[in-house]
Unconditional design. Structure first.
Length: 256
């Protein structure tokens, strides 16, 4: 006899990060449950603690925190906004995640890979909008107060006129730590949000005129509907994410 367990989530009262109205909030999975985030088990560790002790954690010491399970996420969206994302954007994120996982699992010992995507498989504009919604949910309300164009990009399915100060990047990932997309700043790259959950990682870079050369820029995905070719090629590097520092792709051995 096989016994199946299902995780049930209550609702809590709060302000939705998409419509900004006070409502009952659902537990929102990021990435979506169907993008390999159904049964994720993880430690929730304060950022300061992880920065201080991450080398110990790599060496096998477990964090002094309770293991959470049932998928990575938080209470941040009302039911209406949750349903809107699910109807408009989630399927394209999930489809692209399956494509990238298939590439990782079928290709051995690679650092970079080029593959072809058909326009009928994934709407890349919708993928970019779902990525943006994840970053909004993983940051405080000041984030969309400071950058309201990102909220407009998510809530208006036809809006593509993001200012040039917002640049998106992507890489493949199958080892290291999850990164939650919290906003950070450094003197070289400016504002950064890095979200990593296998099979890929995404970076939003804000107000940086220089391109991040290590990554593939996907800002142009917002113009997906103007792509003339039915098939198009994407080139992605694959990086580990053992370091808590944004854009630090050193492998595990370099820290031990």
């Amino acid at each position: 006899m096989r016994v199946c367990f299902k995780t049930f989530y209550m609702k809590i009262e709060g302000i939705c990060k998409i419509c900004l109205e006070e409502k009952m909030l659902n537990y929102e999975h990021f990435p979506p449950r169907s993008a390999f985030n159904k049964n994720t088990r993880f430690f929730s560790v304060p950022a300061d603690d992880y920065f201080e002790k991450f080398a110990d954690y790599l060496d096998g010491i477990k964090p002094k925190a309770k293991i959470k399970q049932g998928g990575l996420g938080d209470y941040c969206l009302c039911e209406d906004c949750n349903n809107f994302l699910g109807l408009k954007y989630v399927n394209d994120y999930v489809n692209f995640a399956k494509i990238c996982y298939s590439i990782i699992n079928s290709t051995e010992n690679f650092k970079s890979v080029e593959f072809k995507v058909n326009k009928e498989e994934v709407n890349l504009k919708n993928l970019l909008k779902q990525i943006t919604s994840i970053l909004i949910c993983n940051n405080d309300f000041w984030f969309t107060e400071e950058y309201p164009e990102l909220l407009e990009f998510v809530t208006n399915e036809n809006y593509i006129d993001l200012p040039d100060k917002f640049r998106f990047y992507m890489y493949l990932n199958d080892e290291g730590q999850i990164k939650n997309g919290n906003w950070t700043f450094d003197n070289v790259n400016g504002g950064l949000c890095e979200f990593t959950f296998p099979p890929f990682g995404f970076v939003l870079n804000i107000e940086n005129e220089n391109r991040i050369m290590e990554l593939s820029e996907i800002t142009g995905f917002k113009n997906y509907e103007f792509f003339l070719n039915k098939d198009f090629n994407i080139i992605l590097n694959k990086y580990p994410t053992y370091s808590p520092i944004p854009l630090d792709f050193r492998n595990r051995e370099e820290f031990l």
